[in-house]
Ligand binder design. Structure first.
Ligand SMILES: [Zn+2]
Ligand SMILES: [Zn+2]
Length: 314
């Protein structure tokens, strides 16, 4: 099998470690995305455990808790396997690039600890820095420290940008941390051809398109009118009986929502509607008909007095 090795001048032993073929840029970035998603997942699971407690219980120590969870993840991924979870999923692991040679060498212990400090520590500091110096705004030392920190963070961001541009050009060291520590992602085993099944992708695309079509279509359908016309079709008898029914329910019940009419208004028939119910339906549908008797609505008139007398009688 032909393997695109990064230097296949030496024939490699079968039992020995695999040749360290270069990892695609997209796979390296994919690994970060997966790591980020996992971190979010762990955090949301963790916060769900506290959802029945007083709200805002975790907020004061949120950066510390996040750092703790990340450290826990680091302990069982990078520390023990020299690979993050995302990398493991993509069949990648870190190699100690400080030692030259084709043989795979795992990250050294200092590299692992520095990796934790630079990834977890950096995130913690950026989240914590606001409240860390905000409590002592008067002290000149705190202000100085804050200024220094913000300058340092700005510099780090610029360096990260430069590093990323270099990564795009050369395909190694996507983050500044990796470049500083000299760790490089490599494949665990020899890579076969990238076999991608597009069936799932096509299905997703199809469903996505269908859902978008539905979202576009649904607001155009006048559900209320459909419902009313179907109801009129299937229960003509009930409709007749409804019109014959007691006079009181006509005035104490909105014909649309069935509740006590708020700001009662009538619209051509003897039924009473809430002002909001009537107005919203006539705006939505110009030829709105009374759902009780099917009479097309005319001018909207208030019927306050009429309902008042009904109330006193009952
Ligand atoms: Zn109503
Ligand atoms: Zn009516």
């Amino acid at each position: 099998m032909a393997v695109a090795g990064a230097g296949g001048d030496k024939p490699f032993a079968k039992a020995g470690p695999s040749p360290l073929s270069r990892v695609l840029r997209i796979s390296q970035l994919d690994a970060f995305e997966l790591d980020g998603a996992l971190e979010q997942l762990v955090w949301s699971q963790f916060t769900q455990c506290f959802q029945h407690f007083k709200p805002g219980l975790l907020t004061p120590v949120e950066p510390e808790l996040k750092a703790l969870l990340q450290l826990l993840l680091w302990r069982f991924t990078v520390y023990s396997n020299s690979a993050t979870v995302g990398q493991s999923l993509l069949n990648i692991r870190y190699k100690n690039a400080l030692i030259p040679g084709q043989k795979y060498r795992p990250m050294s212990r200092p590299q692992k600890f520095w990796f934790a400090l630079l990834t977890v520590g950096e995130k913690w500091l950026s989240e914590r820095s606001h409240s860390l110096f905000l409590n002592h705004p008067a002290e000149s030392n705190a202000r100085k420290a804050r200024k220094v920190l913000s300058i340092l963070m700005g510099l780090t961001k610029v360096a990260s940008l430069v590093n990323f541009l270099l990564f795009l050009q050369r395909g190694t060291y996507p983050t500044l941390t990796e470049r500083l520590l000299g760790v490089q992602p490599v494949f665990r085993g020899p890579q076969g051809p990238r076999d991608i099944n597009f069936q799932f992708l096509n299905r997703e695309l199809l469903w996505h398109g269908f859902a978008e079509f539905l979202i576009f279509l649904l607001p155009l359908i006048n559900v209320w009118k459909l419902k009313a016309s179907v109801a009129a079709l299937f229960s003509p008898l009930k409709e007749l009986r409804g019109t014959e029914g007691s006079e009181e329910t006509h005035c104490t019940e909105c014909a649309v929502c069935g509740e006590w009419p708020t700001m009662p208004h009538s619209a051509g028939c003897k039924h009473v509607f809430c002002y909001y119910c009537l107005k919203s339906h006539t705006i939505a549908d110009i030829c709105f008909t009374c759902p009780k008797c099917g009479v097309e609505t005319g001018t909207i008139e208030p019927v306050r007095l009429h309902v008042g007398t009904e109330l006193h009688q009952s």
